[in-house]
Design a protein around this ligand. Structure first.
Ligand code: PLP
Length: 431
């Protein structure tokens, strides 16, 4: 065990996950690669943890932050006018597609979801929330309570009365063999049943990730959320889209993940990649919902000038270089390559994804049962080959990949080669 790992274990919580048998200390980054303390270089297929959305050491972001630092002001107060905040809010309001949208900045995805739930429960005068099975929304009481994934729930306490819906659980026996349309119809019937029998009459909102992140990049069929929205609209129930992982063009086919479903939500939350490593989170919502809160409220550090400088530069870079199109192009190349490999490798139970957000599930080739130990093997093998990926999913057997949106076609091919070679090796061993 390295000295740093020993010291980490001594002073940091046991429940903080660390990837790899011998965890990596990243000391430098450039482009889409990082370097560890031993000098080994890795192509980063997880963008940090979807944080380094446009790669490492991006001059435009560094210079924007340095310009702000040169003013001598790191942060004063969000009670003063801050130009960077207004400029970023204008861009996000426009991109959201939400009518008369207003934006509030915080520092994390958890805080963003807390704010969204606050807006919805206040507006509707209800503590009833609908959420999705297998979801992950953060680690505060409110966010945990709408998280439908036991491995991330550290508390049974809840400020809300939460009802979990089907929609991302096609693996369950009752849904096997269904077409998309049949599955959506079954999920809608379940939603109507929940509303008719399980909830109090007034439900505040549904909160959902367009593609579940921690849940293993699980994808509901396109159109599911449009079908849900129709039912919700009948009762005035609000729709909160958690875009913490799916925003900013990552899915390739839409700027925000929920737009792939043809849905304009009432509220969206975001964080992770927007600051390209600097902490930025926020909520964009219908103006009437945002303005509706009765008391004053600010976030001391939410929307601070350094975070806004980084976020404005990052978002401009994404738009100026049309990185959504790049995510579509490079992501499609990888996903198609993975599907071809999966067709001949029984150790791959599933390939799924959209744009630069894709996953493979590792299973026991004989039984098809989830094989988390093989996912661990995959992590160690790809690490040795110089590729960083993520792990997760309900059964811990999903390899999650979300490279920076700046990934080049050559890097896409390089990563794909390593992944396929590793799958072949594990398949041969497990057969
Ligand atoms: N929502 C989703 C979809 C996430 O993936 C995460 C973090 O992984 C969060 C919310 C919580 O964000 P944070 O860790 O910034 O609080």
């Amino acid at each position: 065990m390295s000295d740093l790992l020993r010291r980490h274990r001594a002073v940091m919580p046991a429940w903080m996950p660390l990837y790899y048998d011998e965890p990596i200390e990243i000391v430098r980054g450039k482009g889409n690669r990082v370097v560890d303390a031993s000098g080994k270089s890795y192509l980063d297929f997880f963008a940090g943890i979807l944080t380094n959305m446009i790669g490492y050491d991006v001059p435009e972001v560094r210079e924007a932050v340095e310009r702000q630092l040169a003013t001598g002001v790191v942060h004063t107060s969000t009670a003063y006018l801050l130009r960077g905040q207004v400029e970023l809010a204008e861009k996000i309001a426009r991109l959201s597609g939400i009518e008369n949208a207003k934006v509030f900045f915080v520092n994390s995805g958890t805080e963003a979801n807390e704010t969204a739930l606050l807006l919805a429960t206040y507006a509707r005068g209800s503590d009833q929330i609908l959420a999705m099975r297998q979801s992950y929304h953060g680690r505060s009481f409110g966010a945990i309570s709408v998280t439908g994934n036991r491995s991330w729930k550290n508390s049974p306490l809840s400020p809300f009365n939460v009802h979990f819906l089907h929609g991302t659980d096609r693996h369950l026996p009752q849904f096997r063999g269904m077409s998309d349309a049949e599955y959506i119809a079954a999920c809608v019937e379940d939603l109507r049943h929940v509303l008719a029998t399980a909830t109090a009459p007034d439900v505040a909102a549904l909160i959902a990730e367009p593609i579940q992140g921690v849940g293993g990049f699980t994808m509901p069929p396109d159109g599911l959320y449009a079908a849900y929205k129709e039912v919700l609209d009948e009762q005035g129930i609000l729709f909160i889209s958690d875009e913490v992982q799916t925003g900013w063009g990552r899915t390739g086919t839409a700027f925000f993940g929920i737009h792939n479903h043809g849905v304009t939500p009432d509220i969206m939350t975001f964080a992770k990649g927007l600051g390209n490593g600097f902490a930025v989170g926020g909520v964009v919502a219908r103006g009437d919902l945002m303005d509706g809160l009765p008391a004053t409220g600010l976030s001391t550090f939410g929307g601070n000038p350094i975070a806004m400088a980084a976020a404005n530069a990052t978002l401009d870079y994404v738009l100026d270089h049309d990185l959504q199109a790049n995510a579509h192009r490079t992501g499609t190349l990888i996903i198609e390559g993975l599907r071809l490999a999966a067709a001949r490798l029984p150790v791959v139970g599933d390939v799924r994804g959209r744009g630069l957000m894709f996953a493979v599930e590792l299973v026991d080739p004989a039984t098809g049962a989830p094989a988390p130990a093989l996912a661990g093997r995959f992590m160690e093998e790809t690490r040795a080959a110089g590729l960083l990926v993520g792990k997760g999913g309900l059964y811990g057997n999903a390899i999650r990949m979300a490279p920076p949106l700046t990934l080049t076609e050559d890097e896409a091919r390089e990563g794909l080669r390593i992944i396929v070679a590793t799958l072949e090796k594990i398949n041969a061993e497990a057969a």
